[in-house]
Design a protein around this ligand. Sequence first.
Ligand SMILES: CC(C)(COP(=O)(O)OP(=O)(O)OC[C@H]1O[C@@H](n2cnc3c(N)ncnc32)[C@H](O)[C@@H]1OP(=O)(O)O)[C@@H](O)C(=O)NCCC(=O)NCCS
Length: 259
Amino acid sequence: MEFIDSISVDDFQNLHITLGWKFLDNKLVKKSIKNSMIKVSCVENGKTIGIARVVGDGFTHGFLTDVIVLPDYQGKGVGKAMISYLLSRLQDYVNKNCDEFMLELTPTKDNANFYVKCGFKHKPEMMEGCYLWLKNQNIYKQGSKKYVMHLQKTPFENIKCGKKTIEMRLNDEKRSVIKENDIIIFIKIGSNTEYLKTRVKALHKYKNFEELYKNFDKISLGYAKNEIAKPDDMTKYYPKEEIEKYGVVGIEIEIIKKR
Ligand SMILES: CC(C)(COP(=O)(O)OP(=O)(O)OC[C@H]1O[C@@H](n2cnc3c(N)ncnc32)[C@H](O)[C@@H]1OP(=O)(O)O)[C@@H](O)C(=O)NCCC(=O)NCCS
């Protein structure tokens, strides 16, 4: 196991996705990593198994964030060793640049004592952290939410080039909460960094894929001109009993233009 003083965008996204944390824009992640005071990756046999970073003003205050160890490597001392390395790098920095430096953090649920094991103290009276998300109002309409879906290469490319505008899914618990104006991030399977940011224009709900197919041209569903569009193609992904139970939804999407 070794430590390096950098975090790649790919590793950052991979570890975040693995934990089911929020998916962030690649360009913003790249800039955020660059602007971090201290960044550390923990590598074993060429694979990044942990990351952590400190953001801050560079002279008096910093915040420890994105502390992640891949699930298969947790509980084996990796996190503690990584934080110990990060603190040694921060100590070097403080020795050169600061008088005193306050490093703070807000632990995720039930993880406060991990940090105590790493040498941190509880804040007075076990004060808890708070947070507020400020969203870009050019992208997020009032109350809209963000969802992540994975796509095979062909449908991904068809959406990307503007041919496919309807994503077909089972209307199960996960999909039935999606609303117009919500944001869907489509991640290309096999890649952590290639994705499309789309907005939901409309939701078209049907009993089954036969009904859905009657209402859209095959190109908008992702078929090529020379292909035959068969509702049965969807039973590759969803068993008939599930379709009967939940019904289906055609999620009409538009790609959000880059600012
Ligand atoms: C929290 C996390 C980074 C800890 O990493 P880890 O590699 O599993 O932890 P370690 O094995 O190095 O544990 C170090 C010590 O802390 C203890 N510890 C670890 N997690 C703990 C927890 N949740 N509560 C109490 N003690 C904990 C261990 O028992 C160990 O104690 P010891 O050295 O005295 O025996 C890891 O579990 C993780 O990535 N979790 C998911 C992401 C997350 O929630 N990150 C924290 C954001 S604030």
